[in-house]
Design a protein around this ligand. Sequence first.
Ligand SMILES: O=P(O)(O)OC[C@H]1O[C@@H](O)[C@H](O)[C@@H](O)[C@@H]1O
Length: 301
Amino acid sequence: MTSQLIQLQADYQHLPQLEFSATNSGLIMIAVRNELAQASICLHGAHVCSFQPQQQRPVLWLSSQAQFTEGKAIRGGVPVCWPWFGPHPTDSNLPQHGFARNQNWQLENATQLPSGATELTFVLTDTPASRELWPHAFKLALKVTVATELTLELITTNCDDVPATVGGALHSYFAVGNIAQTRIEGLDQVVYDDKVSHQDDLIQRGDILIDEEVDRVYRETTGRCLIHDDASTRKISVAKQGSSTTVVWNPWTDKAAAMADFEDDGYHHMVCIEAVNSGDDCHTLQPGASHRLIQVINVVE
Ligand SMILES: O=P(O)(O)OC[C@H]1O[C@@H](O)[C@H](O)[C@@H](O)[C@@H]1O
C-alpha cells in the first residue's frame, strides 16, 4: 500500500461512507456509499468513474477497456477538461482537452451532510510542469456531491498576478440502454458547429437522434438536456451553470474502433453531454478571481 493510501485511510476513518483502495497501477480510488447513492472517484484526474443512485442502474458509462494509468485520461465517467477544451487554440503540440485530467489531484476535504449526501473536494495547483503547459499560478477545485443527484462544481481561481483565460469542460459520458432508442431533448433551435462535417452555424431542429458519428458544439445554450433512454425506460437530466456551450458526442463505429480504450460496440450504450467553456465562452479571470462550472445529473421518471 502506498503511504498516500494509508494516510487517506487514517484521515477519513471517521467517515464510513468512504473506502479507499489502489488500482493495480497504483492509482487511488475512492468508493462513496451513502443512503442515497454510490459513486467512485479516482484521484487521477479527480475523475468520477461511476454514479448510481439507490434503486437505479449506473448513470455514467465507463469503458470496459478504460486504462487507469498515470498520464492517460480515463475513458468514460466524467473527465475534467481544463484549462482548455479540445485542441489547444494556438499550439497543436499541447494535449487535447488540457492537462487536468492527466494529473494526480489531492483530496482536500470530505464531509457527510445532514441530508445524507457526501461532499468531497479535490484540488489541483500549478507546478513547474503545469506552468510549461499553461503559464499561470492557479487553484482548481472540483467539489463532488454524491446524493440522489450528482453535483460537480469545478472552481478555477486565478492565483497569478496577471489575467488568465480559462476554458474547459465537464465531459460526462452517460450510459444508455440502446443509442437507437435514445433522444436528447433541450437543444431545439440552438446554433451549432458540426465537427464531423466541418459546417458551422447549423440550427438544431427538434430532439437529437444519434445514428452516425456526432460531434457537435452547441453555442449560446445554458438550459438543461434530457436524455430519453427508452430502452431503459428512464430519463437522465443534465443541468449546468457557468457554461453557455454544450457538446454532444458519440464516436460511432470507426472512431470507436480506432480508440484502444473504447470497446468496439461501446458506442451503442453511451452518449456524452458536456458542459463546456470554449471559444467565446472562455473566461478571462483577473488576479484572485474565480469561475464556477457546474453540472447537475439526476435520473427523472
Ligand atoms: O479522445 P478524447 O481526447 O478524450 O476526446 C474525445 C472527444 O471529446 C469531445 O469533447 C470532442 O468534441 C471530440 O472531438 C473528441 O473526440
